[in-house]
Ligand binder design. Structure first.
Ligand code: SAM
Length: 269
């Protein structure tokens, strides 16, 4: 990787400018991308999927790491020739031109893999929900989001950012913010700061049916987050539902932990 031209030179050589519609904000400093990859690893030779490689800053760091196969999923066809320059012909790198919202991860890798991505912000949450609730099980997910979204994923009860996304994320994974990055770290800089969240699936993942119930309960509870659960969950069973789950009906959603929401979901008829 050290013989390659810089990422900025590569972008210039290919005449590529960032497109807003693809949520393109690039990390051109390899010290930053290497740090993200260090936080995501070690990979011990396991496969890594990277969604949205763009000019390939994270990809270069992944190829320097102990990752096994590296599979890239990029929607913008302009980047495919540039990414192909990273392929040493060994068969380790696979480049897939596709919309990550539509691909089946199980078709990209055999079995679980690590996911590492500086996500396009416009579809970041949708992709996370897809990976949390879909059939494919990652080893870990190391994902760059805009800071507010990262906080909504990793928040705990009582935090301002605690809500549906935290409950769904933490019913499936442990989640913590491992890195903060200012807008100026990106080219072009976005309007907001960013943060990297590291998620690891729990040994016992809720079944798809249980997750669907959890989504119904959290949508109702946080849809009216200022109300007591007896009111916000009225359509689903109100106070009786809370009592069946061993939760005090007069508390607000923001104080109930993930285990409590799972109990409410389980009590739902
Ligand atoms: N990984 C690069 C980096 O860190 O410099 C680029 C990150 S940029 C924030 C997001 C990337 O995701 C862009 O390359 C963009 O073209 C790509 N992208 C946007 N929507 C996508 C989608 N639905 N599926 C796959 N890639 C997508």
């Amino acid at each position: 990787m050290t013989d390659l031209p810089s990422l900025r030179e590569t972008l210039d050589a290919h005449g590529l400018l960032a497109k807003k519609s693809f949520g393109q904000h690039f990390l051109l400093d390899l010290n930053v991308t290497r740090k993200i990859v260090r936080l995501a690893g070690p990979f011990d030779g396991r496969a890594v999927i990277e969604v949205g490689p763009g000019p390939g800053g994270l990809t270069r760091a992944l190829l320097e790491s102990d990752a096994g196969p590296v599979v890239l999923v990029e929607k913008d066809p302009r980047f495919i020739p540039l990414l192909s320059e990273l392929d040493d012909g060994s068969g380790r790198l696979t480049i897939v031109e596709a919309d990550a919202l539509k691909v089946k991860e199980a078709d990209l890798v055999s079995g679980p893999a690590h996911m590492v991505s500086n996500l396009p912000y416009n579809v970041g949450t949708a992709l996370l929900i897809k990976w949390l609730t879909g059939p494919w099980l990652p080893h870990s997910l190391t994902l760059m989001f805009q800071k507010e979204v990262a906080e909504r994923v990793a928040a705990g009860p009582g935090d301002d950012a605690y809500g549906r996304l935290a409950v769904i994320s933490q019913a499936v994974c442990t989640a913590r913010i491992v890195m903060h990055l200012p807008a100026a770290a990106f080219t072009p800089p976005p309007k907001v700061a960013s943060a990297v969240v590291y998620l690891v699936p729990l040994d016992e993942r809720p079944s798809p049916e249980r997750l669907k119930k959890l989504e119904r309960v959290t949508a109702a509870a946080f849809g009216q987050r200022r109300k007591m659960l007896r009111s916000s969950l009225k359509q689903l069973g109100g106070a009786a539902l809370c009592e069946a789950a061993g939760i005090e009906p007069d508390v607000r959603a923001e104080t109930v932990d993930v285990a409590g929401f799972l109990r409410i979901a389980d009590a739902l008829q």
